[in-house]
Design a binder for this molecule. Structure first.
Ligand SMILES: Cc1cc2nc3c(=O)[nH]c(=O)nc-3n(C[C@H](O)[C@H](O)[C@H](O)COP(=O)(O)O)c2cc1C
Length: 165
């Protein structure tokens, strides 16, 4: 069985989750930035990870899922700065599913990731009160994904592997 772990990550959070998933997989495996993945041909399973931007998959990830994941076996992992039990997260997951048409989806994992300082500053100066409200939340995201979240990501990877093999 050949497994790919591919990730899109602007500030490093999703990359950390990708590395944890990669470490937990016991199979022939590759870890790659999503931008270096031409196609999923030759892989029996692909873990694909990306951050949530404006409640949706980051645009390059959305394009990849819609253009290159059809007909493939895929497990998705996402990071977002809302806490996992936040009211918006169900919508993020739904928006991801909307990009997974004709995909054999074998699992989804999501966890909180630190909001980068530059993003927080940008949002805190926004005219949009929802953006400013979102920025207030940033200190609570510091240090995420932490070790407990990375351990959950490893457990997710093992679960998916058991299911697929
Ligand atoms: C342009 C932009 C939009 C974002 N929108 C959201 C959002 O709607 N909800 C959320 O929870 N986090 C949002 N975030 C925060 C990121 O999803 C979060 O920090 C993520 O862990 C970043 O992952 P990365 O370090 O792999 O790039 C946004 C970040 C950026 C840069």
């Amino acid at each position: 069985m050949k497994v790919l772990v591919a990730y899109l990550s602007q500030t490093g959070n999703t990359r950390k989750v990708a590395e944890a998933i990669y470490d937990a997989i016991e199979a022939d495996k590759e870890l790659k930035p999503l931008g270096e993945v031409e196609s999923l041909e030759g892989f029996d399973l692909a873990f694909i990870g990306f951050p949530i931007h404006a409640a949706n998959p980051a645009s390059d990830a959305k394009a990849f899922l819609e253009e290159k994941a059809r007909g493939r076996k895929v497990a998705v992992f996402i990071t977002h700065s809302n806490p996992e039990d936040g009211e918006n997260v169900a919508r993020y997951l739904e928006n991801c599913r909307a990009s997974l048409v004709d995909v054999d989806l074998v699992g989804m994992f999501n966890c909180q990731g630190e909001m980068a300082e530059a993003i927080m500053e940008f949002l805190s100066k926004s005219e949009n009160p929802r953006h400013r409200q979102f920025a207030e939340y940033a200190p609570q995201t510091k240090g995420q994904p932490d070790e407990s979240r990375l351990e959950k990501a490893r457990a997710f990877a093992r679960e998916v592997m058991e299911k697929v093999c």
